[in-house]
Design a protein around this ligand. Structure first.
Ligand code: DGL
Length: 266
């Protein structure tokens, strides 16, 4: 048994979409979440910058004695997972890409669409991972850089979001006849409703949820599940944006939780 919290982080509020999935599977687990709202979005920044931010946040979570870290961000997973694992060999660190790629690769041979930030798509990491599990898989990737800023602003139930989706995706979906789509950004489950409405025949793979199955399996296998405790869940953000606070309050209503500002030194 291990009652220390699990550290989660993202460039902003996207990674929050993993937490209800964790709580549903493992209600005793406590969370220490960090959203880098002061510096979001990461997805169009250079790899060195993303790695520097990822290191700062990881060091902070380590200083808080987390039992493992979930990089609840595809962009950071693509740019920094290996580096962070090398730098913290004794700490289990999970990324969101491999579990999602494996699930989509193993499920069928139909073409797979992948949407994500500029850096995630430029890295081609999803296509490489998918082919590791299914060498004949057909993949098509598309960067949608305006999705994250709109979601961070809370502009989701609005025609601006629908128009932006159509602007990026309509031709892509048609051209490749996409019926299976990886949400290669943890912000995107927050627009799954819009995507389901606009492309009703398409199956979505949610990277925020897939990783939790691996976390659960690891904790069980290593006897590290948490027992009941009175620790609150903690949600830190480098800027307490209105939308971060609102979303955290809405998503975790009824939980004992703390929402705090935490600035990281550059
Ligand atoms: N949630 C992050 C991801 O999964 C968004 C990155 C960004 O800030 O652009 O890639």
């Amino acid at each position: 048994m291990d009652n220390r919290p699990i550290g989660f982080f993202d460039s902003g509020l996207g990674g929050l979409t993993s937490i209800p999935v964790l709580k549903e599977a493992l209600p005793n687990e406590k969370v220490l979440y960090f959203g880098d709202t002061a510096r979001t979005p990461y997805g169009s920044k250079q790899p060195d910058t993303i790695r520097r931010f990822a290191r700062q946040i990881t060091d902070y979570l380590v200083s808080k004695d987390v039992k493992m870290i979930v990089i609840a961000c595809n962009t950071v997973t693509a740019m920094a997972l290996e580096l962070l694992r090398e730098e913290h060999p004794d700490l289990p660190i999970f990324g969101v890409i491999e579990p999602t790629a494996r699930r989509a690769a193993e499920e069928s041979d139909e073409p797979i669409g992948i949407i994500g930030t500029k850096m995630t798509i430029a890295s081609d990491i999803y296509a490489k991972e998918i082919r590791r599990f299914n060498p004949s898989a057909e993949t098509h990737s598309l960067a949608c850089p305006l999705f994250v800023p709109l979601i961070e602003e809370g502009i989701t139930d609005h025609e601006i979001m629908d128009l932006t989706i159509r602007y990026y995706m309509d031709d892509f979906m048609k051209k490749y006849d996409i019926k299976r789509l990886i949400l290669g950004c943890t912000h995107y489950p927050l627009i799954a409703k819009n995507l389901n409405r606009i492309y009703p025949e398409v199956k979505l793979y949610n990277s925020s949820a897939e990783v939790i199955k691996e976390v659960e399996a690891y904790l069980r296998e290593h006897d590290m599940l948490a027992g009941p405790s009175s620790l609150p869940d903690r949600f830190y953000a480098s800027d307490l944006s209105e939308n971060f606070v609102r979303m955290t309050e809405q998503l975790f209503e009824g939980y004992d939780r703390k929402i705090c500002l935490k600035k990281l030194e550059d």
